[in-house]
Design a protein around this ligand. Structure first.
Ligand SMILES: Cc1ncc(COP(=O)(O)O)c(C=O)c1O
Length: 382
C-alpha cells in the first residue's frame, strides 16, 4: 500500500473488506478463543490475548501509518509504555526526556525503578546533555516531542544519531502530533509509541495505546510482551480506533487550522504570557518544528498570573471543556498543575517550568471564530 498518499492509507491500510462477507468495515471479533483445526494447528488465531483478527487489522493499519514493521495495541498508552520497558532488566539504564507526560514519570519512578532499572531525566532538547547522559548500560532513550505541556521539541534525527553511535535504541512518544504530522521512524527512531486515546481515536470515547517497531526483533519482543503480560486492546476499542483513523487526516487539517488561529489570537492577548506553540515564529524551536513535523498540531499552553486566575478562566469557558486528555474533536482546557502534572511534586513542577497559572489547550474541530470568542470572553473574567 505504500505507493498511496497518506489520506488514502488512513482509509484503507489494514481496512480491506472482510473476505467472508464483503463488509466494508472490519468486523469486531468478540471471541476470546478460536477453534483449532488439529493439535497445534489453527486458522491464524488461537486465543485473543495472543492475537485477535480485529486487533491484527488495527496493528497493521498503525504500522503502515507510521512506516513501521509491526504494530502492537495495548489497553492504554501507559500499558504501551510499560510494554516498551518490560524486557529491560535490573542494572539497565533509561534516558528519558525531562519534560514528559507525568504518568510516564509515575510509572518509571514508582514501578519500573523498583525492578532495579535506573531512569535518568534529561533535557533532550539539549543534544550535549543527551550525549553526556549515555552510559555503557543505557538500553533506551525515550523522548516525547513536542512535550507535555510546554511544547519543547527534541531533534529526533540528532538524538537518534547520538544514541545509535553507541548501539542504543530510541523510542518516541508521538501522541501529541499523530503520524499525520510526525513520523519518527522516518527520522531514525526505532520504536514509536502512542496513546491512541488521543488523536488516533479522536472522539474521546476509548482508551488505548500502541507500540510500533521498525525491526523484526521488535515484532517478536512486543508480541511476547502482549501474550505474557496481557494488557491488550479489546476488539471493540480496536474497532473505535480503526474508525477514528479513517478521518485522521481531515480531522488533523481542521485541528491544525484552528490551532494556528487560536495561537495567533492568544499571542497578542495582554493577559496571556509564555504561550508555547511551535507554529509561532516566536517559538524558540520553530525551525526544528518545520524541519521534522508536517504541521504544528493543536496543542498549546500558556500562563495566567495565578491559580486563582486559572480557576476563573476555566469556569468561564462555554465551548472549551475543563477536562483532561487531548486530541478529540471537542476543545479542552486543563490546569496542568492539578491534572496531567498533579502527581508531580510542586518543587519538581517548578523546576520543569509548570507554574500554578499554566493552562493547556487541546483545540478541537469546532468553528475557530466561536473558539476564539469563547477564549476572549473567558479571559475577560480574569
Ligand atoms: C503524551 C502522552 N503519553 C502517554 C499518555 C498516556 O496515555 P493513556 O492515558 O492512554 O494511558 C498520555 C495521556 O495523557 C499522554 O498525553
Amino acid at each position: 500500500m505504500s505507493q498511496y498518499k497518506y489520506s488514502t492509507l488512513a482509509v484503507h491500510a489494514g481496512q480491506h473488506p472482510d473476505p467472508l462477507t464483503g463488509a466494508v468495515n472490519v468486523p469486531v471479533y468478540l471471541s476470546s478463543t478460536f477453534e483449532l483445526t488439529g493439535i497445534g494447528a489453527d486458522r491464524g488465531w488461537d486465543y485473543s490475548r495472543a492475537g485477535n483478527p480485529t486487533r491484527d487489522r488495527l496493528e497493521a493499519a498503525l504500522a503502515t501509518l507510521e512506516g513501521g514493521a509491526s504494530g502492537h495495541a495495548f489497553t492504554t498508552g501507559m500499558a504501551a509504555i510499560a510494554g516498551l520497558v518490560a524486557m529491560l532488566r535490573a542494572g539497565d539504564h533509561i534516558v528519558c526526556s525531562r519534560d514528559v507526560y507525568a504518568g510516564t514519570v509515575r510509572l518509571f519512578d514508582q514501578i519500573v525503578s523498583g525492578y532495579g532499572i535506573v531512569i535518568e531525566y534529561v533535557d533532550t532538547s539539549d543534544l550535549a546533555a543527551v550525549e553526556k547522559a549515555l552510559k555503557p548500560n543505557t538500553k533506551l532513550v525515550h523522548i516525547e516531542t513536542p512535550s507535555n505541556p510546554l511544547m519543547v521539541l527534541t531533534d529526533i534525527a540528532a538524538v537518534c544519531k547520538i544514541a545509535h553511535a553507541r548501539g542504543i535504541e530510541v523510542s518516541c512518544d508521538n501522541t501529541f502530533l499523530s503520524p499525520a504530522l510526525q513520523r519518527p521512524l522516518e527520522l531514525g527512531a526505532d520504536i514509536v509509541m502512542h496513546s491512541t486515546t488521543k488523536y488516533l481515536n479522536g472522539h474521546s470515547d476509548g482508551l488505548g495505546g500502541v507500540l510500533i517497531g521498525s525491526k523484526p526483533e521488535h515484532k517478536e519482543r512486543f508480541l511476547f510482551v502482549q501474550k505474557a503480560a496481557g494488557a491488550v486492546m479489546s476488539p471493540f476499542e480496536c474497532f473505535l480506533v480503526l474508525r477514528g483513523i479513517k478521518t485522521l487526516p481531515v480531522r488533523i487539517r481542521q485541528h491544525e487550522e484552528n490551532g494556528r488561529a487560536v495561537a495567533e489570537f492568544l499571542s497578542t492577548h495582554p493577559k496571556v504570557s509564555k504561550l508555547a506553540y511551535p507554529g509561532l515564529k516566536s517559538h524558540a524551536q520553530y525551525h526544528l518544528a518545520v524541519k521534522q513535523q508536517q504541521g504544528f498540531g493543536s496543542m498549546m499552553s500558556f500562563e495566567l498570573k495565578s491559580r486563582d486566575e486559572a480557576a476563573r478562566f476555566l469556569t468561564a469557558l462555554r465551548i472549551f471543556l475543563n477536562a483532561e486528555s487531548l486530541g478529540g474533536v471537542e476543545s479542552l482546557a486543563s490546569h496542568s498543575a492539578t491534572t496531567t502534572h498533579g502527581s508531580v511534586s510542586e518543587e519538581v513542577r517548578r523546576k520543569m517550568g509548570i507554574n500554578e497559572g499554566r493552562i493547556r489547550l487541546s483545540v478541537g474541530i469546532e468553528d475557530k471564530e466561536d473558539l476564539i470568542a469563547d477564549l476572549d470572553q473567558a479571559l475577560a473574567t480574569v
